[in-house]
Write a protein that binds this ligand. Structure first.
Ligand SMILES: [Cu+2]
Length: 320
C-alpha cells in the first residue's frame, strides 16, 4: 500500500501539496492568518515586555499630572487597521467557501457513502468502488456525501476539503484536482473501533484513463479464485470485522465457517453452504448469527458475481 507518500509530497512544513485547481488561494489565506498572528503576538508581547522593563513606579502626584484620557489618531488606527485585516480575511475566506460550494454545470457526479468502516463510491454509470475514488483530472466533480450508519467525515488534505458525512442527509461538495496521481483520503470523525481503517485513495487520472476505468470490469482472472478472494477480503473491507485465524472480531471468524452449523438470534439453524454465504453477503440482516450485532453492511450490488464466488472459494480454503 502506498501510504501517505503523496500527502506531504512537495508540501511545506505547515501544509501538504495543494492539487486543487480552484482552491489555490486557500493557502494564501492560511499563511496570511498565520503570519498576521505571529506578527501581532510578537509585537504585543514585545511592547508589554518593553513597558515592564522601562516603566518605573510613579507617585500619585506625578500620575495625576500625566493622566492620558484619550488619543484620537491612535484610536482611529487601532480600529481601522484590524477592521481592514478582518474584512480581507472574510473576503478571501468567503470566496474559497463559495468555490467549494458552487457546482459548475459540467461537473460529473459521484456518490460517496461512509460506512463502518470503509468508503464506497458510485459513479455516473452505476459502477461502484470501495476504497478508491477515481476522478478525471482538471474536471469539476460533484461529490454527494452521505452515511449509512454513524457520523463520518470526508477529508482530502491535498484538496483542502473536509466535510462531515451525516446519516440521513446529503452533503454536496465540488472538487477539481489539477494533478494526476494518488492522494490520501481520511475519515476524521471518530466512528468506532476500526475508525483508523477508514482510509481511501483519491486516484486522479487522465480523461482517457478515467473512461477506460468506468468501462472496465476489474476482476483479475489470471490468479486462482481463492487467491482473488483473499485480496478482496482486504480490498473490500471484510478484514475490519472478520478474522481468518479463529478469533471473533466484530463479526464471526471465517476459519472453519464453510459447512459449519450456524445458530441465529431467532433460534433457527442452518449449514453454512454456498447459498448461505451468498445470502449472508448480500442480505446480512436476514439471519443474525447468535452473539453478534446486526452491523454488517449489505454488499448487494457492490460485488460482482465473480467476486462473491472468489470470496466463497477463499472461505472454503480456510475451512478443513
Ligand atoms: Cu468514519
Amino acid at each position: 500500500m502506498e501510504i501517505i507518500q503523496n500527502l506531504t509530497e512537495k508540501g511545506t512544513f505547515f501544509l501538504p501539496s495543494n492539487i486543487s485547481a480552484t482552491l489555490g488561494e486557500f493557502d494564501t489565506l492560511f499563511y496570511f492568518i498565520l503570519w498576521l498572528s505571529v506578527i501581532f503576538m510578537v509585537g504585543l508581547i514585545g511592547v508589554s515586555a518593553w513597558f515592564l522593563i522601562t516603566s518605573k513606579r510613579k507617585s500619585s502626584d506625578q500620575l495625576a499630572e500625566k493622566q492620558i484620557t484619550h488619543n484620537i489618531p491612535l484610536e482611529i488606527i487601532w480600529t481601522v487597521v484590524p477592521t481592514l485585516l478582518v474584512l480581507f480575511i472574510f473576503w478571501l475566506g468567503f470566496k474559497q467557501y463559495m468555490l467549494m460550494r458552487s457546482i459548475p454545470p459540467n461537473a460529473t457526479t459521484i456518490y460517496v457513502s461512509g460506512k463502518k468502516w470503509f468508503w464506497e463510491f458510485t459513479y455516473p454509470n452505476g459502477k461502484k468502488t470501495i476504497g478508491d475514488l477515481v476522478v478525471p483530472v482538471n474536471t469539476p466533480v460533484k461529490l454527494i456525501l452521505s452515511s449509512t450508519d454513524v457520523l463520518h467525515s470526508f477529508y482530502l488534505p491535498n484538496l483542502r476539503i473536509k466535510r462531515d458525512v451525516i446519516p440521513n442527509r446529503y452533503t454536496v461538495l465540488t472538487i477539481e484536482p489539477a494533478k494526476i496521481g494518488n492522494f490520501r483520503i481520511f475519515c476524521t470523525e471518530y466512528c468506532g473501533d476500526k475508525h483508523s481503517n477508514m482510509l481511501a485513495t483519491l486516484k486522479v487520472m487522465s480523461n482517457d484513463d478515467y473512461y477506460a476505468f468506468l468501462k472496465a470490469v476489474d476482476f483479475d482472472d489470471s490468479i486462482p479464485l481463492s487467491e482473488a478472494g483473499k485480496q478482496l477480503y482486504t480490498k473490500k473491507g471484510c478484514v475490519a470485522c472478520h478474522s481468518i485465524d479463529g478469533s471473533p472480531m466484530v463479526g464471526p471468524t471465517w476459519k472453519n465457517l464453510y459447512n459449519a452449523n450456524r445458530v441465529f438470534t431467532d433460534g433457527s439453524e442452518r449449514i453454512a453452504d454456498e447459498a448461505y454465504l451468498i445470502e449472508s453477503i448480500n442480505y446480512p440482516q436476514a439471519h443474525i448469527v447468535t452473539g453478534y450485532q446486526p452491523v454488517m453492511p449489505s454488499y448487494q450490488g457492490l460485488l460482482v458475481d465473480q467476486e462473491i464466488t472468489a470470496i466463497i472459494e477463499y472461505i472454503k480454503e480456510l475451512s478443513d
